[in-house]
Design a protein around this ligand. Structure first.
Ligand SMILES: NC(=O)c1ccc[n+]([C@@H]2O[C@H](COP(=O)([O-])OP(=O)(O)OC[C@H]3O[C@@H](n4cnc5c(N)ncnc54)[C@H](OP(=O)(O)O)[C@@H]3O)[C@@H](O)[C@H]2O)c1
Length: 206
């Protein structure tokens, strides 16, 4: 599959690119700065270019820019993305003295992105730390994925199934991105509190 990772120069994008490269996918990482993308792509052994150029001919676009820039970037890239499915991995979080909390009181980044692009939006992978994605063994957790378009969701579920040691699970319609994004605050808080690298595993599913 041809996967374009907008913001693929970042921590998460590079870890995802390396993992998907090893799985045999055709990967292009994007950046606002073409030369930065090309430098980092060369290290990874994948292609690189501007965000706009890499998303143009992809089968799947992963929106992996800094979360605070996800919505503006989706708006800027909407024409170039066209009808291509988009995977949104962003969570809007606030780091407070009391702990890590969701920054939003309603909706989700993924739903806002879906209002801007023409293609279907799928949300997932928020709670999988880049540091774990980059290790040789896949992280011991499930990957929860939600979206309104069955085909796009299936595409991402197939991909996600190879990224984790657990299962890739259909977590329902895109509205459930609110829960996935907010749950990331809980996971990151727990990780900081216990100096751990906890992840999600649902019980009771055969
Ligand atoms: N880090 C993790 O463990 C992890 C785990 C799961 C999900 N995620 C999600 O993955 C996404 C990326 O996280 P990250 O940790 O990789 O972030 P990051 O390294 O801070 O940033 C990723 C890339 O975003 C681009 N960027 C930064 N500011 C921007 C702006 N104002 N406009 C457009 N692009 C901008 C930069 O690329 P250029 O400067 O090259 O354009 C940067 O390399 C986030 O949504 C995050 O929530 C992260």
């Amino acid at each position: 599959m041809k996967v374009a990772i907008a913001g693929g120069t970042g921590t998460f994008g590079r870890a995802l690119a390396a993992r998907l490269r090893d799985l045999g996918h055709d990967i292009a990482i994007g950046s606002r700065d073409e030369s930065r993308a090309q430098e980092r792509a060369a290290v990874l052994g994948v292609s690189g270019g501007t965000n706009e150029s890499v998303v143009r001919d992809a089968d799947l676009v992963v929106l992996a820019v800094q979360s605070s820039a996800a919505i503006d970037t989706a708006r800027e890239l909407a024409d170039a993305i066209g009808e291509t499915p988009v995977l949104c991995v962003a969570s809007d979080l606030r780091f407070t003295d009391a702990g890590v909390v969701p920054a939003r009181s309603s909706g989700s980044v993924a739903e806002d992105v879906a209002a801007l692009v023409c293609g279907p939006v799928v949300s997932g992978l928020q709670a999988i730390p880049a540091t774990h994605l980059a290790l040789p063994d896949p992280p011991d957790q499930d990957a929860l994925v939600c979206g309104d378009d069955p085909e796009a969701k299936e595409l991402v579920l197939e991909l996600a199934d190879h990224l984790v040691a657990g299962r890739a699970l259909d977590a329902g319609p895109l509205a459930n991105a609110r829960a996935l994004e907010d749950m990331t605050a809980v996971i990151i808080h727990v990780n900081r509190r216990y100096r751990a690298v906890a992840g999600l595993r649902l019980t009771g599913i055969e």
